[in-house]
Ligand binder design. Structure first.
Ligand code: 6PG
Length: 262
């Protein structure tokens, strides 16, 4: 048995952001030392805004965000044009990429191929091929290993676009999966599979607000919650997982949280 996931709690996003930044910088520096690149998978929802807050602070105070070494992939994406209001790419662009000061280099970003908006299976296959080309030939790695996965947690316990009870949770081979009937709109999406989403060197969840407290209680304090997508990642990845939450999100949670710092 490994160690349990880490649960870090803060008064609000302003207090959470510097610790998230320190955690990301540590993952970045280790990755650059290991292979001179930082491969990150990122979700949508409320996450990109918090990431912007964490990453776009003064770049010299506590280490440097080296965006030129970043390769950003989407842990899940909606099958919509890249400038559509539902696009996770658009969110990441508006909250982070567009705000990187001009003197810094931009990261390499891997959006979905919008040629396949009408065929999510093809879109998922194409995105998987992108991962294959970056993470090595398919037959030489069983799973791509992200240096860091930055994920959200839905009020039903979903993460990426892996929803509770979905047959997609049983996938063991594919890296990227199509969805045509997502319970959260829009219905058509692609997502990393559970084995890939559990395989990051580090995995961070960001979950804030009182709307998350019931699901946090389930995920951390109940057996049933451990079967939800977020709970399964906790179980599979154990101490490689860190949760960054605010106090309202863990009100009533018994699982011990470290409050106020990493
Ligand atoms: O495309 C999506 O729907 C998101 O990637 C999704 O997986 C998100 O991370 C969670 O729904 C949490 O969203 P909030 O942080 O907004 O609650």
């Amino acid at each position: 048995m490994g160690k349990p996931p880490n649960l870090y709690a803060f008064a609000g996003n302003d207090e959470l952001a510097p610790s998230l930044r320190a955690y990301i910088l540590d993952a970045q520096n280790n990755a650059i030392e290991r292979h001179n690149v930082f491969r990150v998978g990122v979700s949508g929802g409320s996450l990109p805004k918090v990431l912007g807050k964490a990453l776009l602070q003064d770049n010299n105070a506590d280490g440097k965000v080296q965006f030129s070494k970043w390769e950003i992939f989407f842990a899940d994406e909606r099958a919509v044009p890249l400038d559509h209001e539902d696009s996770n790419y658009r969110l990441v662009k508006e909250e982070i990429l567009d705000k990187i000061p001009a003197e810094q280099s931009q990261p390499t970003v891997y959006p979905i191929d919008v040629k396949y908006l009408d065929d999510v299976q093809e879109m998922a296959d194409q995105y998987e091929q992108k991962l294959v080309s970056v993470f090595a030939a398919r037959d030489s790695v069983r799973l791509p290993m992200f240096d860091l996965l930055l994920l959200g947690c839905g009020p039903d316990g979903h993460t990426c676009s892996l929803f509770p009870g979905s047959p997609l949770l049983r996938e063991t081979e594919a890296w990227v999966l199509p969805i045509s009937d997502s319970p959260k709109p829009p219905p058509k999406r692609i997502t990393l599979s559970l084995p890939v989403a559990s395989h990051g060197i580090k995995i961070a969840f960001v979950a804030t607000g009182g709307g998350k407290k019931e699901i946090m209680k389930q995920i951390f304090d109940t057996e049933e919650g451990r079967q939800l997508p977020c709970g399964l990642i906790n179980t599979f990845a154990q101490e490689r997982v860190s949760w960054f939450v605010d106090y309202p999100a863990i009100e009533g949670v018994s699982f011990p949280a470290r409050r106020g710092s990493l």
